[in-house]
Design a protein around this ligand. Sequence first.
Ligand code: OSB
Ligand code: MG
Length: 367
Amino acid sequence: MIIEKISMRHMKMKMKLPFVTSFGTIQMKDFILVEVQDESGNIGWGESVAFSAPTYTEETFQTNWHILEDFLIPLIKGREISHPHEVNSIFQPIRGNYMAKSAIETAIWDLYAKRLNKPLYQVIGGKKRQIEVGISLGIQKSIDDLLEMIKNYVEQGYKRVKVKIKPGWDVEVIRQIRHYFPQLPLMADANSAYRLEDVPLLKQLDDFHLMMIEQPLAHDDIVDHALVQKELKTPICLDESIHSLEDVRKAVELGSCQIINLKIGRVGGLGESIKIHDFCKEHHIPLWCGGMLEAGIGRAHNVAITTLDQFTLPGDTAASSHYWERDIIQPEVTVENGWIHVPEKPGIGYEPDFEAIDSFTCHQKVF
Ligand code: OSB
Ligand code: MG
């Protein structure tokens, strides 16, 4: 296929509720939608998951725009590509900037699947027809508010609950949740809010049989997490630190974690995601698909990757309606009793809702 035309849109969408983590609050989302077109007019879609500020990892909406416009689009435009796995090596001269790379790379996978007239999940080797999902709940005004929310999501059927923790909002919060929900599959995500000297505090969480603690230490650490894992019974899961298969290999060899949170954007796209999946399968490392508060296009790609075997734990891909008044795909992603039924249409399987897309577009540039 020849990548004939590429378009970038600056999208602005407001979430129903602010999402509060140890690194800050997100409610307004500025993000990039990428559209790639081949020589026959087929179109593939990708979404950049970077936020407006570099508070989760370094990348932002604006750095992604710059890297896409000035480096990645010039490398890919007009090129003949026989398989999307080639995109990784075409982008190889550009260091880092995983979310920017992923926005085009995932669009090319969608395009490739549409050319084959097959659903993307099958093209990447997925077999599940439905996937299990959990919910990620931000920091709330009070523990009572959080308990109320948990009750609501458990009643809706979500398969596990993840809560955000930070110093001052941790042991007591988890103790209360456990008191009211003794059997709930529960986990905590620190988003890098702790340091090595907090190990005694983190050890207190061992009493609450959490499924895992996600990213307790620095966003760029792999080494010290191994020291923490040695001290804890609870499995550690890495999120922010993982940008590649090499990072996963090092984390597993060092014993820095027992579980991996995979985000397609954080590792540069579906090609690298598949490699990480295959490695985790071979080494019996449980994997699950994280979320970046995506709109419909990113959410659809998350659904597709989660159909691979080694995604053995529920992901953070909740229903569109949990985040948005109106999403940008038709139908929206829906969750029934904790399950998403995987769509069977070609490509990502959900249609772009052009009316919604246009209404949330601030600016578009075509290459
Ligand atoms: O650490 O997984 C995270 C949201 C924004 C940034 C980082 C994270 C999250 C979430 C929510 O936990 C995931 C989602 O519901 O999309
Ligand atoms: Mg996380």
